[in-house]
Design a protein around this ligand. Structure first.
Ligand SMILES: [Zn+2]
Length: 312
């Protein structure tokens, strides 16, 4: 009973998140060149579920093939990315890398494996995707999508996995996959291009958006952000939000520490139970947190999934 109340309240909150994000503006078209042989979505504004919640993606173009980083929410969205890639290069797509297993970054992978690409990802998020992927595919409304949105989408698991580091060499380009510790998700991976000094941070970095913390390991996340500060990098593609720099990494670190400390403190004082307590706590948190453009309801969602999961 309690579980079903939690589930229905969470669905309500998610509906609120979706209502907020669907009031978004039109999306910038196509992939932007951000460095030599590197292209990415940058500054996507339309954060509706149908537009992959503004999840970013990108490509590295080697002399004899392409590596894709993240694949959006569905086969349909993966096809959109493929079309944008084809506007840049006709070279074969050899590798697909997912920064983590969350559906808005990984469900479009089947489009690329169907073309013969090898899918690479972290061992831990491969496990999560294997456990949760099929269930989500059967219940798309849980994340604001319809069966039609997910038409043709199949869960594909990485065939090339790693636990700490993996280097992929692609016709003159070097791509390093780095995992230090669980952070945004257990296997969240940094995709580093040392020659270009570019980093695809996945959801380790949210710029401008309130981050999803529900599965986060806050100390590990902070450690990963500190690692980025020491990395030789000038341009960072966040999981959601515009092209970023180390200043945004510092702001993300401050946000996480502030959120975690205050939410714990406020949650400890909650003695009664009910969704109203979570809403009141979230409203209090919103006053303390920096303003970010969209998805304020994500604060409430984080409170309910991470800080008050058993109190309502
Ligand atoms: Zn994520």
């Amino acid at each position: 009973m309690r579980k079903s109340i939690i589930a229905s309240t969470q669905a309500l909150v998610l509906a609120l998140v979706l209502a907020l994000v669907s009031a978004a503006t039109a999306q910038a078209q196509g992939l932007t060149k951000i460095a030599e042989n590197v292209y990415a979505y940058a500054g996507v504004k339309d954060a509706s579920p149908k537009n992959s919640y503004a999840a970013n993606a990108g490509i590295v173009v080697g002399t004899d093939g392409v590596l894709v980083i993240d694949t959006l929410t569905s086969a349909k969205e993966g096809q959109r990315l493929l079309k944008d890639i084809r506007a840049v290069t006709k070279k074969p797509i050899k590798y697909v890398v997912t920064t983590h297993g969350h559906f808005d970054h990984a469900f479009g992978s089947c489009v690329f494996t169907d073309l013969g690409a090898t899918l690479a990802g972290h061992e831990l998020d491969r496990e999560t995707l294997a456990k949760k992927g099929e269930a989500l595919l059967k219940k798309p409304e849980a994340v604001g999508l319809t069966p039609a949105d997910l038409k043709g989408t199949r869960i594909v698991l990485p065939s090339l996995t790693f636990t700490e580091r993996l280097t992929i060499r692609l016709g003159g380009e070097t791509i390093e996959l780095i995992h230090l510790t669980p952070s945004h998700s257990p296997g969240s991976t940094l995709v580093y291009l040392p020659k270009q000094k570019v980093l695809f941070a996945g959801d380790v970095l949210f710029t401008d958006f309130h981050p999803f913390l529900g599965e986060g390991d806050i100390p590990g996340w902070v450690k990963t952000l500190d690692f980025i500060q020491d990395l030789d990098v000038t341009s960072i593609v966040p999981g959601h939000g515009p092209l970023s720099t180390k200043k945004d990494v510092a702001e993300m670190r401050d946000y996480l520490l502030l959120f975690d400390a205050k939410a714990k403190e406020l949650a400890a004082a909650v003695t009664t139970s009910g969704p109203k307590d979570a809403a009141a706590l979230a409203a209090e948190m919103k006053k303390l947190l920096p303003a970010r453009t969209q998805g304020e309801a994500m604060i409430l969602y984080n409170i309910m999934t991470k800080y008050l999961p058993t109190k309502h």
